[in-house]
Ligand binder design. Structure first.
Ligand code: FES
Length: 258
């Protein structure tokens, strides 16, 4: 068995979203595999034990939160693997491998702006829970699906939070302007971001322009999670090819090309 690889049982599968609509946004909670801890922004590989050879390898997922008893992941059903993960039931066995990757910086008593786009909200639940001075945190969340589809309210109960709903492509200029303004206003603090690449690119450009310290999670580019598929390759600040799953998924905004 691979190092850091354990078999654990499913505790809960919870579908988020409006009560009268079928949801493909899922929170999956597993037994804690014996981790001493983890760093928010890290990820883990998951593979249900009963998967056959047609899905021979696990899938990488951002760790949403973890405590002494459990670890939770938040994902959207987008293909065969996630569809089958969503059909797990309590007691099913899952092989979990992690925590992997580097994670976000934690700056005690420092204003920290969390910028989340869509599923990029996943790592920030644990980030907020584990932060030593959460009163210094603020999250701005841009999303397309209904706000109930995301674990946003839980975060709103813990830190200052605002959401921006993209209802049509016409909203994009407004959202880009809002995100740029948020980054510009983060002088003296840090910005941590996770979301789709265009969202991260906007943040990166604004951070460079206004010389704001920022970190970007490129986890959305990962596929195999273990350096095999090369699907996550990007260039670092020295124009060298790097694999997000091996060097990241979190990069300083001035040390990666998006
Ligand atoms: Fe496959 Fe990085 S995710 S090589």
């Amino acid at each position: 068995m691979v190092r850091n690889c354990r078999e654990v049982k499913v505790r809960e599968v919870r579908f988020l979203g409006a009560w009268d609509e079928p949801s493909d946004f899922v929170e999956l909670t597993l037994d804690n595999p014996g981790w001493d801890g983890y760093r928010p922004g890290q990820f883990a590989m998951l593979r249900p034990k009963h998967w056959g050879l047609e899905l021979s390898w696990g899938r990488p997922f951002s760790i949403s939160r973890s405590d002494a008893d459990s670890v939770t992941f938040f994902f959207q059903v987008v293909g065969r693997g996630t569809a089958r993960l969503a059909r797990l039931a309590p007691g099913d066995e899952v092989i979990i491998w992690g925590p992997l990757g580097n994670g976000f910086s934690v700056a005690d008593q420092t204003p920290t702006l969390l910028l989340a786009g869509g599923m990029g909200i996943a790592p920030f639940r644990g980030y907020i829970e584990k932060h030593p001075t959460p009163e210094f945190l603020r999250i701005v969340f841009a999303h397309r699906a209904s706000i109930d589809s995301y674990p946003y309210q839980l975060m709103k109960d813990m830190v200052r939070a605002e959401s921006i709903h993209e209802t049509s492509p016409d909203d994009l200029p407004m959202i880009i302007e809002r995100i740029e303004n948020e980054v510009r206003g983060a002088q003296g603090g840090i910005v941590l971001a996770c979301g789709p690449l265009p969202f991260l690119k906007t943040i990166q450009q604004a951070a460079r322009l206004h010389q704001i310290r920022a970190e970007l999670s490129l986890e959305r580019t990962m596929a195999c999670g273990v350096g095999a598929c090369l699907g996550c390759v990007c260039k670092d600040g020295h124009d060298k090819h790097v694999q997000v799953c091996a060097r990241g998924p979190v990069f300083k905004a001035d040390d990666v090309h998006i």
